[in-house]
Design a protein around this ligand. Structure first.
Ligand SMILES: [Zn+2]
Length: 537
């Protein structure tokens, strides 16, 4: 149904172009009610004046009243494609992809993501580029770099001339309401880049204070990191929010009761998993609020006659990328897709006045489809056997370890089989009879030995800290990260890093002004295009 609605929108845009061409070519006005017939009959004339028509369309685009900006943190083309493959069919020799909601959007571009420090940028600087249109140091939020000494310190940024973000500008200059949503803490780098200006992303308390002063209308999702400051001796940020007029809703009932008469609100996830964030989508229990729920509620709260700007970040696509956990990564991309579908449903009710942009800030993990041990094969359905994220598995192992400090590998192996499907080669059954061994759930001798080493490392009182363990485990629980590596590799998914990489990121757009997002450009141009579309001076 959605697809139909969107393709008819695309058809409408196309016909609008043809109509423009007719007007320009013949110099006569005609009724737009007959666009369809006139357009069809005059295709030849239209193509000869396509350039003029395009120009006319660009300059007559209606300013969007409702703007949704979705940022998949750490989501580049590979992450989108991975979710498509997993949602599709990966039975050997029966390959098909399943499209995500936003892949049908009429405009697609790609943005390059380097910052003032590096081609492997961080979230603070890249989100600043998207929200404010300039490159800054890795780790800096909303302030311009000074000099040539990289470093997110007060002396390296210009704190006297504070640039305004697109969200701040739309609120101040257009009276639009603003909503900021994130699955991770709401004073984390990406959401902060829309309301805060600090030398370092680690200035969490300062960011929270700027959030409280932002006067933005809706915050939703994760909690506040360090609400009483790094030394826990400052005034509670939640109290400051309340003093500044925010209603804080932290139960499902209170959140679902919010509406356009609720005033300024902060809707906090009732379920927290790690570092103050919402759980990974694959760890959600039935009935838990999802990112889609926070977007739905955001629309309820923000809807008003002057329109709104809503930025929604899926922050744990990035965290799963850092941890090299493909299943958790896919789960959060699919949950992100569901949240985008909420905006698409809204756009279908408000055609021609809604703009939806979906992009990422950078890639995380150096994820690839295909890797050394599987060669030209993929077996994504093996991921079905992973039942929980690496975080949930860490917790499970830690509980087992606390109960029994002399835990044996064999005991853990049965828990591994239960939650990752992986089985001992000599005792397990072959999941894909007739397939090459690397595409089955059976652990080879090499994989078994890796697991045993990782388990010993996980159980050790003093973990080994050297170049080898850094490369093998990246600072994560050795057993969990080895398990996701083994399962991901068997499926044909590779990882090059525990950090961000510098590959370009796709941009998808639909609705009013979407055509501006076609092409290849710098991440800073996302801001510039938004300024142009919304007629900010
Ligand atoms: Zn990021």
């Amino acid at each position: 149904m959605i697809k139909k609605a969107l393709s008819s929108k695309r058809l409408f845009t196309g016909l609008l172009c043809l109509t423009m061409a007719m007007v320009l070519a013949l110099g006569t006005a005609f009724s737009s009610a007959n666009e369809s017939n006139s357009g069809m009959q005059n295709r030849a004339v239209a193509s000869s004046t396509a350039e003029a028509a395009l120009k006319a369309t660009a300059t007559t685009t209606k300013t969007p009243k409702y703007i949704f900006m979705f940022i998949g943190d750490g989501m580049a083309a590979a992450q989108v494609n991975l979710a498509q493959i997993y949602k599709g069919n990966n039975k050997h020799n029966q390959i098909s992809l399943k499209e995500l909601s936003f892949q049908d959007f009429e405009a697609v571009g790609y943005q390059t993501t380097h910052d003032a420090t590096s081609f492997a940028p961080d979230s603070a600087s890249t989100a600043t580029s998207l929200s404010s249109g300039f490159k800054t140091w890795s780790g800096t939020i909303g302030l311009k770099p000074v000099g040539n000494k990289s470093g997110n310190k007060p002396e390296n940024v210009n704190s006297s001339n504070i640039p305004q973000t697109i969200a701040e500008r739309l609120k101040a200059e257009k009276g639009m309401k603003v909503g900021i949503i994130s699955t991770v803490t709401i004073n984390h780098a990406t959401p902060a880049a829309f309301y805060a200006h600090v030398p370092s992303r680690n200035d969490y308390y300062d960011i929270a204070m700027q959030m409280a002063k932002s006067n933005f209308d809706y915050f939703g999702g994760g909690t506040i990191n360090q609400p009483t400051g790094p030394k826990k001796d400052q005034k509670d940020a939640y109290e400051v929010m309340k003093q500044n007029g925010y209603t804080i809703a932290k139960t499902k009932k209170d959140i679902l009761a919010l509406n356009s008469k609720s005033g300024k609100v902060y809707a906090i996830t009732p379920v927290v998993q790690d570092s103050g964030a919402m759980p990974y989508a694959i760890d959600n229990k039935a009935g838990d609020l999802t990112l889609a729920d926070f977007v739905k509620k955001g629309i309820d709260v923000l809807d008003n006659e002057k329109g709104f700007f809503m930025m929604t970040e899926s922050g744990k696509i990035d965290w799963a990328g850092h941890a090299n956990d493909a299943k958790a990564n896919i789960g959060d991309v699919l949950a992100f897709d569901n949240a985008i579908q909420v905006a698409i449903n809204f756009a279908n009710k408000h055609p021609d006045e809604t703009l939806i942009i979906v992009t990422g800030d950078h890639e995380t993990g150096g994820m690839t489809i295909g890797q050394a041990t599987t060669g030209y094969d993929t077996a994504f359905e093996l991921l079905d056997h992973q039942k929980m994220s690496y975080v949930a598995f860490d917790n499970l192992i830690n509980e087992m370890k606390a109960k029994n400090p002399k835990l044996s590998f064999n005991k853990v192996l049965s828990v591994i089989t239960e939650n990752f499907g992986l089985v001992n080669e000599t005792t397990g059954d072959i999941s894909r009879k007739g397939e090459p061994s690397y595409m089955t759930l059976e652990l080879s001798d090499r994989e078994m030995s890796k697991l045993k080493t990782a388990f010993a490392e996980t159980m050790a009182e003093e973990p080994t800290d050297n170049e080898e363990t850094d490369l093998l485990y990246g600072g994560y629980n050795p057993l969990s990260v080895t398990l996701t590596h083994i399962l991901n590799n068997k499926a044909g998914i590779g990882w090059a890093s525990y950090s961000h990489t510098g590959v370009p990121v796709p941009v998808y757009a639909t609705g009013a002004g979407a055509e501006l997002f076609n092409g290849a450009y710098e991440n800073t141009d996302v801001y510039n295009k938004l300024v142009k579309i919304t007629d900010l001076k």
